[in-house]
Ligand binder design. Structure first.
Ligand code: PEP
Ligand code: MG
Length: 370
């Protein structure tokens, strides 16, 4: 087995010499970051911060933030969240020292954070039955009802949430900047990149960018450290792909979110890819493989191409990457090489395969197994 391991390392080293695509990883914990680095990841292409809010204490704080009665209540939730976020980023910057870390600002489907409507209704009903109406729960119920969405994946997510909840993205940017300053003071080399999710119109990015730049400058000034953080956007809404030239004026990088881009291009909900109807449909064999597994070149791929061309025409040094699941799919990696992206980002365990396929693509080879 030592021989096998040595051969694999030799093949991967050869692929690394050839490939033009960098390979990064999708990671949001120090453990995943360290693992991916051992597998050869050249940074983090997607750190999903919503995963950092799933613990019950933090979930409560986000709930309080989103349903806040007024600015004071909102600010107290933000103040409690910021140091927790700062610690999250510190640990990840430490593991990825010297390598880029793309931190994506919060992009949760809202229903994952709000109290469950049924549970809440039962609580209210039981209290009434006992003749002790629960005012707090009643108010909460009204608020949650008001925010209920039929399609949470197409609702108040990403930049939309950042614009609707004042201070939310600023809190995250502050935590990123402070963590980077601390690392720098400790002699480290943090390389944060701030990524805005679900942008569909340049105005959204413009507004968040302005706020982020202000916060970054404030923190650097207060800490007496000059950390550079680039600001970019996901391209995952078809409208963003079609207006990429304008968006590039406010983005130092694009990262294609092919999960959402596939959902919105095909009109298939991501939440339903495991559903029976979707399999029945695929089993008809008309399209072959699911577009969520292997990139659909004629549709979604066309949008990736259009956005890459328009983005680069508007900004020559625009960095281009992909962080949807397709970033670790062998066939799709060849496509991203052909389009001329700078990097693919995939889950830690797929990093070696992505390195191999990026090397094969550069050599003009067919993908492994085909
Ligand atoms: C995507 O949409 O492809 C993406 C990477 O973001 P998420 O899967 O977190 O929506
Ligand atoms: Mg997405």
């Amino acid at each position: 087995t030592d021989d096998v391991v040595r051969s694999v390392h030799r093949i991967l080293a050869h692929a690394d010499e050839q490939r033009r695509l960098d390979v990064r990883t999708n990671a949001d914990t120090p453990e995943d970051s360290a693992r991916a680095r051992r597998f050869g990841a050249q940074g983090i292409g997607l750190c999903r911060t919503e995963h950092m809010f799933l613990g019950s204490d933090r979930r409560k704080l986000v709930e309080k933030l989103i349903l806040a009665d007024g600015p004071e209540e909102r600010q107290s939730a933000l103040d409690a969240l910021e140091p927790l976020q700062k610690q999250d980023f510190l640990e990840i910057f430490e593991e990825m020292d010297g390598l880029p870390v793309t931190v994506r600002l919060l992009d949760p489907p809202l229903h994952e954070f709000l109290p469950d409507l049924t549970e809440l209704s039962v609580r209210v009903a039981l209290a009434e039955e006992r003749g002790e109406p629960d005012e707090g729960s009643l108010r909460l119920l009204a608020a949650v009802r008001g925010m209920h969405e039929s399609n949470p994946m197409l609702g108040l997510r990403g930049v939309r949430l950042g614009l609707v909840v004042p201070g939310l993205f600023a809190m995250q940017v502050r935590a990123i900047a402070e963590a980077a300053c601390d690392r720098r003071k400790a002699g480290g080399d943090p390389r944060p990149e701030i990524m805005i999710p679900l942008v569909g119109a340049v105005q959204e990015l413009e507004a968040i960018r302005e706020e982020s730049e202000r916060v970054l400058a404030e923190v650097c000034e207060a800490e007496g450290v000059d950390v550079q953080a680039t600001i970019g956007t996901m391209i995952e809404v078809p409208r963003a792909a079609l207006t990429a030239g304008e968006i590039a004026a406010y983005a130092e990088f694009f990262s294609f979110g092919t999960n959402d881009l596939t959902q919105m291009t095909w009109g298939f909900s991501r939440d339903d890819v495991e559903a029976a109807f979707f399999h029945q449909y695929l089993d008809k064999g008309i399209f072959g493989i699911s577009p969520f597994e292997s990139l659909d070149r004629e549709g979604v791929g066309r949008l990736v191409q259009i956005a890459s061309d328009a983005g680069r025409a508007a900004r020559e040094d625009l960095k281009l990457g992909i962080c949807g699941e397709h970033g670790g799919d062998p066939d799709s990696v060849h496509f991203f090489h052909d389009v001329g992206l700078d990097y693919v980002s995939c889950s830690p365990f797929r990093v070696p395969v992505a390195r191999l396929e990026a090397g094969r693509a550069a050599l003009g080879g067919e993908r492994a197994g085909s």
